[in-house]
Design a protein around this ligand. Structure first.
Ligand SMILES: [Zn+2]
Length: 78
């Protein structure tokens, strides 16, 4: 019983830490272009193409933040 409580506590701390980090830094570098906004085509190596994954911004909204935004949208709609 005590072990379960400790595990729950650790999980809660980790979740809170993740939530806080999502608030402080909602964006992370795009995995495809590495935060540059463009990436090299795999077939034509010299060609630099605008990144469609992050819409050329080089940044992607983090999963936690996206979930938070969705939740807020639902809350507002209700
Ligand atoms: Zn990108």
């Amino acid at each position: 019983m005590r072990g379960t409580l400790t595990a729950t506590g650790i999980l809660l701390v980790v979740l809170l830490g993740y939530a806080a980090s999502c608030i402080v830094r909602p964006f992370r570098d795009c995995w495809l272009c590495d935060g540059k906004g463009h990436h090299r085509s795999k077939r034509k190596r010299k060609l630099s193409r605008p990144c469609g994954w992050c819409d050329r911004t080089g940044k992607r909204l983090r999963f936690g933040r996206r979930a938070w935004n969705k939740a807020r949208e639902k809350y507002r709609a209700a």
